[in-house]
Design a protein around this ligand. Structure first.
Ligand SMILES: Cc1ncc(COP(=O)(O)O)c(C=O)c1O
Length: 389
């Protein structure tokens, strides 16, 4: 089933691309050039929440194109971005939204907003966290192999052990420390799919309130329906000052956003931050439809049902496959912790027609499209059972 082709030599080699050349997509399946169909439990690393070729996205793109307005400068007003901002505000704690083009860009923006609002330069992040690969977001990302070649990174960013109250207090507020931002993923994705303890988030909330730091939830991977609620924080009982989102927001078109409270937004003035493309009418028009589709109560209920089904099947897998140490996740975001390196199993699953990813060295990660059916989940889990035999 492996239809490998020569690597594209003209592409910079920052990705070790493997497997076939993909030429199409349909629902939860990717279709290779030779017509082979792959069940896709990677979904663009969480981007393709509505799967491939979804009528909502097709329709939104066609309607946007009909206006002739793919881009208009942020120097002027256009309706889709304003309506999308209103929609996101109405579905969250936030009063305002800043649009950009990716997850890392959203986090970089949130760091700047926190600094301007708090007047304090420090940023605190946590072990196991991933926030992107631009300079400040990389400084907040706990992956030494990604960081080392690019040091010195942005100064003033400290990564502390997740769950260590004394170290966190020291970094945020003790001894004259001046952290204006604390960033955390409510469910860590790249770090191995770890749902964070809600009690820890509640404690962080108190610490940030007491010390005047902005609490930023990075929901780039776990947000927008992935865990079975529109935002992951809704399940944690803790409300942040800012939340960053991206991946599935515009149905596969590049878009990120920072949602923030007015108290922080009022510290920002024209010129403090900018983006040429962010929130343009085409992406915003598509995102508006994606957001409405995902936020529909029956859609989220179906994600929760599928997630419960998957949880039960994966827990069973953990008991009947010796190389599976445990499984963790929420909704349709799952990690399978193995007793050995996970990468070879990604290859053998692909050979059997299933795409999965890793999340760190020993974790297999499943991020199926949120529209995946129980039949497709069953097919995928059966392939996993086979490769983990
Ligand atoms: C939690 C989280 N934050 C930020 C990012 C960076 O997003 P982007 O690749 O769109 O810059 C990612 C990407 O995987 C992510 O998972």
């Amino acid at each position: 089933m492996t239809a490998t082709s020569a690597p594209a030599a003209a592409l910079l080699g920052v990705y070790a691309r493997v497997g076939p050349v993909f030429a199409g997509g349909d629902g939860a399946e990717l279709i290779a050039e030779d017509g082979t169909r792959y069940l896709d439990f990677v979904a663009g690393i969480g981007v393709n929440a509505l799967g491939y070729n979804h009528p909502v996205i097709r329709g939104a793109i066609e309607r946007a194109l009909a206006t002739g307005l793919i881009h208009v400068s942020n120097l002027y007003r256009s309706e889709p971005g304003e309506r999308l901002a209103e929609e996101l505000v109405s579905r969250s704690f936030a009063d305002q939204v800043f649009f950009c083009n990716s997850g890392a860009e959203a986090n970089e923006a949130a760091f700047k907003f926190a600094r301007k609002w708090s007047g304090k330069p420090g940023i605190v992040a946590f072990s196991g966290g991933f926030h992107g690969r631009l300079f400040a977001s990389l400084a907040a990302t706990d992956r030494p192999e990604y960081r080392r070649p690019f040091e010195p990174l942005v100064p003033g960013v400290e990564i502390v052990p997740l769950g260590d109250r004394a170290a966190t207090e020291r970094a945020v507020s003790a001894g004259g420390k001046k952290a204006g931002a604390v960033i955390i993923e409510p469910v860590q994705g790249e770090g191995g799919v770890h749902p964070v303890d809600p009690a820890w988030l509640a404690w962080l909330r108190q610490l940030c309130d007491a010390s005047g730091a902005a609490l930023i939830f990075d929901e780039v991977q776990c947000g927008l329906g992935r865990t079975g609620t529109f935002f992951a924080y809704e399940q944690m009982g803790v409300v942040p000052d800012m939340v960053t989102i991206a991946k599935p927001l515009a149905g596969g078109l590049p878009m990120g956003a920072v949602l923030l409270k007015e108290a922080i937004g009022s510290a920002l003035a024209p010129g403090d931050h900018a983006t040429t493309f962010g929130g343009g009418p085409l992406v915003a028009g598509v995102a508006l439809e994606v957001v409405r589709a995902i936020a529909a109560p029956e859609f989220l209920a179906a994600v929760r049902r599928a997630g419960e089904w998957l949880a039960t099947r994966l827990e069973r897998l953990a008991t009947c496959r010796r190389r599976v140490q445990g499984v963790r996740g929420r909704g349709l975001m799952w990690g399978i912790e193995l007793t050995e390196p996970a990468a070879p199993f990604v290859g053998s699953a692909r050979e059997r027609g299933l795409l999965v990813a890793t999340a760190g060295p020993t974790v297999l990660r499943l991020l199926p499209p949120l529209v995946v059916t129980l039949d497709e989940l069953e097919r995928g889990v059966a392939i996993l059972e086979g490769v983990l035999e």
